[in-house]
Design a protein around this ligand. Structure first.
Ligand code: UD1
Length: 440
């Protein structure tokens, strides 16, 4: 995506009622799970983000027939003719979530060849929890060149204990166990709303799955799974960014489809900042009216129901212009604070010590040329750009497009001056370059 950039200009309070798309993190794994079935499934509320398009490429490369109506957000996948079990390095490079087809391919073919994922900017992101537990259920794993070759004579049901409640490992193992004779238990499982949406899908397919408090998933293997129709759960992370956009600009927003029960701690922190939050009946629908004197709040990321790591970066953008000091600690990923350097370029006062950032709120941010290094960093920089003096140019736009479907349009509808553009951005004067040239 060379030469694509987002241009954001300082504007007034954002306002509006906005609809939400389906959760990217739910739909990717649900698409992978379709390999467990033979026939045509229909998914609705599928966001047209580039990761979804990459997963479509992956499914096609395995032999699935896929048609996607991006306007209606409806995806039809026919898995009858899936006849390959290899994920190429090219597909894996575009999207690490490709690893999620390993479980379904093992069920379908008793083997898979998956390109090694390698490191990524937000940390090394190993897949050892996946592999260690696949080995426990009877999978032989070998590294051959650029590929991981896995095969099994027979998957076997076991009690599995995760070192950490990894979302991807929970999902991959659960899909593998769905058709494995006997009872598999996953102890210390991840229970993020996206994992729960996958469970709902697997149950519709005919799987027998129970959640046992506090964090155990019990799967009783069945012999066959059938195609399904499913409405993907709304994206709590998109909801989070829209609420933050209203909050940082001193505006208001109403999200009738938002699931407040998926955002509890995040909403509490917004309230602690002084913003008014109204939640609808049965925790459906969230409205935010911003305070004009936001107080800084501290938070620490953790697996669900803790503060979502995917909202850490955008929430940090708010702390940069809140009153007082806040401490933000990232505990889920080892290197997910790369946006700090970019926010500093915009005038934010942030001290970074390892996984912890101490932010002292300032009165103003300044437009600058910034680079998004991952999906969530991109939303932090866009939010900062909405209030920073002058213009902000954000490159690294491919991350924004991977995670969010036309979110810049939704922000525009709320009154933001933001545009996705292609061309040479180097000539655009950000606030900082403007003040530099006038001081010369
Ligand atoms: C998923 C989400 C991502 C979110 C994350 C945590 C998708 C497509 N992505 O990523 O947006 O930020 O959950 O909520 O759903 N780890 C290991 N070994 C493993 C697996 C994970 O050490 O085998 C580590 C990771 O490096 C990370 C932590 O465990 O530090 C959590 O990772 P995990 O929950 O697995 O995240 P993903 O499934 O990759």
């Amino acid at each position: 995506m060379a030469d694509w950039y987002l241009l954001a200009k300082q504007g007034g309070p954002l306002q509006g009622e906005i609809s939400l798309g389906g959760a990217k993190n739910a739909v990717l794994v649900i698409m992978a799970s379709l390999v467990l079935t033979r026939g045509t499934s229909r998914l609705k509320n599928v966001p047209a983000s580039s990761d979804v398009l990459h997963m479509i490429d992956l499914l096609r490369s395995l032999g699935a027939h896929v048609s996607f109506d991006a306007k209606q957000n409806v995806l039809d996948v026919d898995t009858t003719f899936v006849n390959k079990w290899r994920v190429s390095p090219d597909i894996m490079r575009k999207m690490r979530a490709s690893i999620l087809v390993m479980g379904p391919l093992l069920v379908r073919f008793s083997k898979a060849e998956i390109a090694l994922p390698g490191g990524c900017v937000i940390g090394s992101r190993p897949i050892d929890y996946h592999l260690k537990n696949f080995a426990k259920i009877g999978v032989t794993i070998a590294e051959r060149g650029a590929y991981l070759n896995v095969h099994t004579k027979q998957l076997c049901a076991r009690e599995l204990v995760l070192d950490y409640p990894s979302v991807g490992a929970t999902e991959n193992l659960m899909m593998a166990a769905a058709c494995t004779p006997g009872i598999t238990t996953i102890i210390n499982a991840a229970l993020e709303p996206e994992v729960l949406d996958l469970i709902e899908v697997l149950k519709k397919m005919g799987a027998a799955i129970r959640i046992l408090p506090p964090a155990v998933i019990e799967i009783t293997g069945v012999s066959e799974l059938r195609p399904i129709e499913h409405d993907v759960v709304v994206d709590r992370l998109e909801a989070g960014v829209l609420l933050l956009a209203a909050a940082i600009t001193g505006g208001s927003v109403s999200l009738p489809a938002a699931r407040a029960d998926h955002l509890d701690l995040f909403l509490l922190k917004l309230e602690e900042m002084g913003h008014k939050i109204i939640v609808g009946d049965n925790k459906r629908g969230v409205t935010l009216a911003a305070t004009d004197a936001p107080k800084a709040v501290s938070f620490k990321t953790a697996p669900y129901p803790g503060f979502p790591t995917d909202l850490q970066a955008p929430m940090m953008a708010l702390q940069c212009i809140a009153q007082g000091k806040s401490v933000v600690e990232e505990t889920v990923f080892e290197n997910r604070l790369l946006h700090v350097r970019e926010l500093q370029k915009m005038g934010a006062q942030i001290d970074l010590h390892g996984h912890q950032a101490t932010i002292t709120g300032v009165d103003e941010l300044y437009g600058a040329q910034v680079i998004a290094t991952d999906i969530r960093a991109s939303s932090a920089l866009v939010l900062a750009g909405l209030v920073a003096k002058g213009s902000t140019v954000m490159t690294g736009v491919q991350h924004w497009l991977r995670g969010y479907e036309r979110l810049e349009h939704k922000l525009s509808r709320m009154g933001a001056d933001i545009e996705l553009r292609q061309g040479d951005w180097r000539h655009i004067k950000t606030y900082q370059q403007d003040s530099l040239s006038s001081s010369l």
